[in-house]
Write a protein that binds this ligand. Structure first.
Ligand code: ACO
Length: 442
């Protein structure tokens, strides 16, 4: 198959959010800590009516209806998530209930998980299936979704929730650039979920931030090396990437990630004219550079204009929804396609940086080769973000407490108000005495 990649995508996010300015006041932190310090405006969240299966069903069913795709045409379905509600039964198998009416039960693929990276691995699997001798000519769906919740404290404002459904196949408008890919994986305890009785991760915030930056270094460098070897690029750098979409735990980290790519360009070609202002960092070793705030700030300043052009348009969803773990980088892509008209995207290269704690990371890219405006209008991102319901921080806290109390519940009927769910949303009706879950749809 030729030009394998993303044919279409749609996103799902909860109908309710908490405002980050109000959350700063409520939490008694200094004004600007969440909005400027983390770069976040709003945070989406779910009550006990939504779980990972319902979020995925909402994303998939709405995708199929909006784009008019038949379940009978799908030969592979991959799910990337780290929101685990069952240690054995995959979310993919729950999604198979959506296929029942079509009579199509011959659907390969299963869940893939490692923190925020599972969706990327799922996408690679789907694209590789279509490109391989195993392909049977049908299309693939990739679902990346998570409910990101943290214990109250410094990490809580970096939560969020959302899911994305992606159609993968040949002759795609966004063709994956095989084999341009730089991957970095290592063993690190920066963010993990060892406590099965809790929905919350165990997080070493500062370590997770350094790990993200180290993963940028390694995977971006590996990507540039591939550009040099495979695409014969001379002195490859950020100038070879028209747009760069990042995994966004919060948008401030993305600003730092972009600046870090420029730092890596500087390390490769310190004499390049663009680096006149940062020569004082020539002798700083890479190890020393991690904690160096002066260096970080200098590269953020140096890259302001490039960041505004190449990355800022991809942050609309992240800033207004929060972290969506596996889905975050694809919400970045959805934002970019929504914010930049096809006339500007036509023929351009879009690079993605995916990071999952623990850690797994890849930098890779797509080439835009056909009209993306239908995707943008189908997603309708800005309007949907504007049409949500604002909830006070006090009520948000009550809902977080409810989720905490009812995590792993058995013989339980959720109490959340279904009136505030949007049409088309799947919701949890009941968990029976054997932990079997029943769902309805608004
Ligand atoms: N106005 C403006 N900026 C402010 C203000 C203020 N009033 N107060 C603080 N800030 C700035 C700080 O200077 C700091 O900026 P810097 O990053 O440029 O140094 C930033 O806000 C963050 O503040 P800190 O006090 O350093 O950190 P905090 O205790 O708020 O925790 C953290 C931040 C560690 C990211 C926390 O939210 C967390 O643990 N989140 C979860 C882990 C995470 O998301 N990691 C990222 C990668 S891994 C992943 O994707 C899950």
């Amino acid at each position: 198959a030729e030009n394998v990649g993303i044919i279409a995508l749609d996103v799902y996010f909860p109908s309710r959010y908490v405002d980050q300015v109000e959350l700063e006041q409520h939490d008694g932190v200094s004004a600007g800590k969440y909005t400027i310090g983390l770069g976040q405006s709003k945070m989406a969240f779910c009550d006990d009516r939504e779980d990972i299966s319902s979020v995925c069903m909402s994303a998939v069913q709405s995708f199929m209806e909006k784009y008019g795709v038949s379940y009978a045409d799908i030969g592979r379905l991959e799910v990337g998530t780290e929101t685990i509600i069952d240690k054995s039964k995959s979310t993919k198998t729950v999604l198979m209930r959506l296929f029942e009416e079509s009579g199509n039960f011959t659907v390969e693929g299963i869940d893939t998980s490692n923190a925020c990276y599972g969706g990327t691995s799922a996408l690679f699997n789907a694209c590789q299936w279509v490109s391989s001798p195993a392909w049977d000519g049908r299309l693939a769906l990739v679902v990346a979704a998570d409910i990101a919740v943290y214990a109250s404290g410094a990490a809580r404002p970096s939560g969020g929730a959302g899911g994305v459904c992606i159609l993968v196949g040949p002759d795609a408008p966004l063709a994956l650039e095989f084999p341009l890919r730089g991957t970095f994986m290592e063993h690190i305890y920066d963010f993990y979920k060892p406590d099965m009785s809790s929905e919350f991760p165990t997080v070493d915030g500062p370590l997770s931030v350094t790990s993200y930056v180290r993963a940028v270094d390694h995977s971006y460098t590996a990507y540039l090396d591939k550009l040099e070897k495979v695409a014969a690029a001379e002195d490859p750098s950020l100038s070879d990437l028209d747009y760069v979409v990042f995994h966004s735990p919060y948008t401030k980290q993305v600003v730092k990630g972009f600046a870090r790519m420029a730092y890596n360009d500087f390390v490769r070609t310190p004499d390049a004219a663009a680096f006149g202002e940062v020569q004082q960092f020539r002798d700083v070793s890479r190890e020393e550079s991690y904690g160096n705030k002066v260096l970080e700030k200098a590269f953020i300043n140096l890259t302001k204009a490039a960041f505004a052009a190449k990355t800022e348009p991809s942050l609309l969803a992240a800033r207004n929804i929060g972290n969506m773990y596996t889905a975050s980088v694809f919400f970045g892509l959805a934002s970019l396609l929504s914010q930049v008209p096809y006339a500007e995207l036509d023929g351009k290269r879009i690079a993605l940086f995916s990071y999952g704690s623990g850690c797994a990371a890849s930098t890779y890219s797509f080439r835009v080769r056909a009209d993306t405006s239908k995707i943008a209008s189908t997603i309708g991102l800005a309007t949907r973000l504007d049409n949500r319901i604002k909830v006070s921080p006090a009520d948000f806290e009550k809902i977080m407490h409810l989720r905490e109390k009812t995590h792993n519940a058995q013989d339980y009927e959720p109490t959340g108000n279904t009136d505030e769910l949007l049409p088309g949303t799947y919701y949890l009706q009941k968990i029976d005495s054997k932990w079997r879950r029943a769902y309805g749809r608004i």
